[in-house]
Ligand binder design. Structure first.
Ligand SMILES: C[S@@+](CC[C@H](N)C(=O)[O-])C[C@H]1O[C@@H](n2cnc3c(N)ncnc32)[C@H](O)[C@@H]1O
Length: 500
C-alpha cells in the first residue's frame, strides 16, 4: 500500500464531503435509516439522481456499485482511477470501475470527544454480496459498536486489539492508549487496519499477523480488547468457516483460549474487555464455565446479555452468513449445527461481555461477579461504569463492615425512586430504585434501604443513617445494620451509591 495513494484518497473523500452528514443530506433521512437495516435501494435512487462527486463516491464505496470511469475520476481528482486500482480499492471491469472495498463514514463519541472516521472493509450484504466470502473482513457492526462502548475511558499505556479485523477497535483504543498493537490471522484484515489508520491520519497502531497471543508472546498490555471470532460452528463437511467470526475451534474452545491467555498478557493494574459466547454443557452453565477460563488471578465481571437455545443460535448465524430458510442447503447446515450441539450436550449458548482486571502489585482480589443482565440498556454509559465499578470493588474489598459504616455515601444523580401501591393501600407495596445510566438496573428495595438511599447526601455516615432508620422503624440497630450493609455494598458496586 502506497501511503501517498491513501493520503490522496483521504483528501478526495474529504473534498467530496463523504461524511455521515453528507450522506444524510444526499440520500435523505429515510434512505439513510434504511442503510442501517441493510436496505440499499432508497439510497441508490437518491444517489443516482445527483450527479456530484459525493453521489459517485456513495454509489461506489457505500453501496458497492460499479460507476463510470469518468465520473470516478471526477470524484477522485487527487487519487485518480489508476491510483484507486493501484491501491486495491477498485478495479476496471467491463468499461466501468467496480469498487473492491466499502468505505463508509463512522461517527464516534467517547470521553475525549466526538468525531468521524472513514472505515474501509470488505463489500458486504449492503453491497449485494451474499453469501460472504470465507475471508471476508467485517465492517463496523453491532458487536464492534458494543465493544467500543465497553472500553474504559483511561489514558496512556499500551493496548492490544486481538482479532482486529478492519481495525475499528484499534482506532478507538488509540484515542486513549499511547501505542496499540492490532493482531489478526488475516493478512487482508491487517491490510484494512493499516489502510484505515492512514486514511484517518492515526499513527501508533502496529499491525501483527498471527493466531491468538502468538504475535505478542511475552508482552504485557495495560488494556486488552477483543471481539474474538467466537461464533460456535460445526466442524463438518460443507459448513463454511468464516474467518471473521469463527476461529476454527470446536464449540467455544477458541473463546476459552482467548480468555485463558489474558492474565499472562495484562500488566499489573491492566484491564481487558471482551465480547464472547459460552456454551451450557450438561449441568455446566455457560457463565460458570467462563469463571474457569478466567482463572484465579484476575478480578472478573461476566455479564450475560442473552442466552439462545441451540436452534435459535444456529438460525442467527446462518442468517448472518447470508443463508436464509428458503435457500438450498439451509436445512443441511441447520442439521450440522444441531448435530454438533447434540454431540457435546449443549443446551444453550450465552452471549455477553467480560470485563477483567489484573490487580496492581500489592492489591488484593476484589471482584468475581457472574450475572445475567438481559434488559435493554443505553451502551453509552457502560465503559465508564465498568471502570468505576472495578475501582469501587477495590475500595469495598479493603473495608470491613465497621469501616463501611463510617463511610459517607451519596446517591448517584441518575437514580430515581418509583413507589407502587395497590388502590386504597396505606403505603407502597413495591419500592423500586431505577438507574438512568450505568447498566440501567431496577431494584426492588424495602423501606429501610429506600430510606438509606434517600438520605445519602454525603452529610451523615452510613452507620449514623442506619441508626436513625432503626429508630424510626423501631427495630434493632445491629440487626438492621447486618441486613443493610451487604446491600449497601451491592449498591456501591453497581453505581447507585457513590463515595462522597
Ligand atoms: C469478529 S471479528 C472482529 C473484528 C473487529 N475487531 C471488530 O470488532 O469488528 C474477529 C477477527 O478475529 C480474527 N481471527 C480469527 N481467528 C483468529 C485467531 N486465531 N487469532 C487472531 N485473530 C483471529 C478474524 O480474522 C477477524 O478479523
Amino acid at each position: 500500500m502506497h501511503p501517498a495513494h491513501v493520503d490522496a484518497l483521504a483528501h478526495d473523500l474529504a473534498a467530496a464531503g463523504l461524511t455521515g452528514e453528507g450522506v444524510r443530506a444526499l440520500v435523505g433521512e429515510h434512505a439513510e435509516a434504511a442503510l442501517g437495516r441493510m436496505v440499499a435501494e432508497p439510497a441508490r435512487r437518491a444517489a443516482r439522481r445527483a450527479a456530484t462527486p459525493l453521489a459517485t463516491l456513495v454509489r461506489a464505496f457505500v453501496l458497492g456499485d460499479a460507476v463510470g470511469a469518468a465520473e470516478l475520476a471526477d470524484a477522485l481528482p487527487s487519487l485518480g482511477v489508476d491510483g484507486a486500482v493501484a491501491l486495491g480499492v477498485a478495479e476496471r471491469r467491463d468499461g466501468a470501475v467496480a469498487p473492491l472495498v466499502a468505505i463508509r463514514p463512522l461517527a464516534y463519541r467517547d470521553a475525549r470527544g466526538s468525531g468521524e472516521w472513514w472505515i474501509a472493509s470488505d463489500l458486504d450484504e449492503l453491497a449485494g454480496v451474499s453469501p460472504l466470502r470465507p475471508d471476508h473482513v467485517l465492517g463496523v457492526g453491532g458487536a464492534a459498536r458494543t465493544l467500543a462502548a465497553l472500553l474504559p475511558p483511561a489514558s496512556g499505556g499500551t493496548a492490544l486489539d486481538l482479532g482486529t479485523g478492519c481495525g475499528v477497535i484499534a482506532l478507538h483504543l488509540r484515542r486513549f492508549a499511547d501505542r496499540v498493537v492490532a493482531t489478526d490471522i488475516s493478512e487482508r484484515a491487517l491490510w484494512f487496519t493499516a489502510l484505515n489508520a492512514r486514511l484517518n491520519g492515526v499513527d501508533g497502531i502496529e499491525t501483527r499477523l498471527g493466531s491468538l497471543f502468538e504475535p505478542v508472546a511475552g508482552e504485557r498490555f495495560d488494556l486488552i480488547a477483543s471481539n474474538p471470532p467466537f461464533v460456535i460452528t460445526p466442524r463438518a463437511e460443507g459448513v463454511p468457516a468464516y474467518e471473521y467470526r469463527d476461529g476454527g475451534a470446536t464449540g467455544d474452545a477458541l473463546m476459552a483460549a482467548v480468555v485463558g491467555g489474558i492474565e499472562a498478557h495484562l500488566a499489573p493494574g491492566g484491564v481487558a474487555r471482551l465480547l464472547g459466547n459460552w456454551e451450557t454443557i450438561g449441568a455446566d452453565a455457560g457463565l460458570d464455565r467462563t469463571r474457569a477460563w478466567i482463572g484465579d488471578g484476575l478480578d472478573a465481571w461476566a455479564i450475560e446479555r442473552e442466552s439462545l437455545d441451540p436452534v435459535r443460535y444456529a438460525e442467527l448465524w446462518l442468517r448472518d452468513g447470508g443463508t436464509l430458510p428458503r435457500d438450498p442447503g439451509h436445512d443441511a447446515l441447520l442439521d450440522a449445527w444441531l448435530d454438533d450441539f447434540e454431540a457435546r450436550g449443549v443446551s444453550a449458548v450465552g452471549m455477553g461481555w467480560l470485563a477483567l482486571r489484573r490487580p496492581a502489585t500489592g492489591e488484593r482480589m476484589a471482584l468475581a461477579r457472574f450475572e445475567r443482565v438481559p434488559h435493554a440498556l443505553a451502551l453509552e454509559h457502560v465503559g465508564a461504569h465498568l471502570a468505576e465499578s472495578f475501582d469501587a470493588a477495590a475500595w469495598l474489598a479493603a473495608l470491613d463492615d465497621a469501616a463501611l459504616a463510617d463511610a459517607h455515601l451519596i446517591t448517584a444523580p441518575d437514580v430515581t425512586e418509583a413507589r407502587h401501591q395497590l388502590p386504597g393501600a396505606a403505603g407502597p407495596n413495591v419500592i423500586e430504585l431505577r438507574q438512568g445510566g450505568a447498566l440501567g438496573r431496577t431494584l426492588s428495595v424495602d423501606t429501610a434501604l429506600a430510606a438509606l438511599v434517600g438520605a445519602s447526601d454525603g452529610e451523615l455516615s452510613v452507620g449514623v443513617l442506619v441508626g436513625a432508620i432503626a429508630g424510626l422503624l423501631e427495630v434493632d440497630e445491629h440487626i438492621l445494620a447486618a441486613d443493610l450493609l451487604p446491600r449497601v455494598r451491592e449498591l456501591v458496586l453497581t453505581g447507585l451509591l457513590l463515595r462522597a
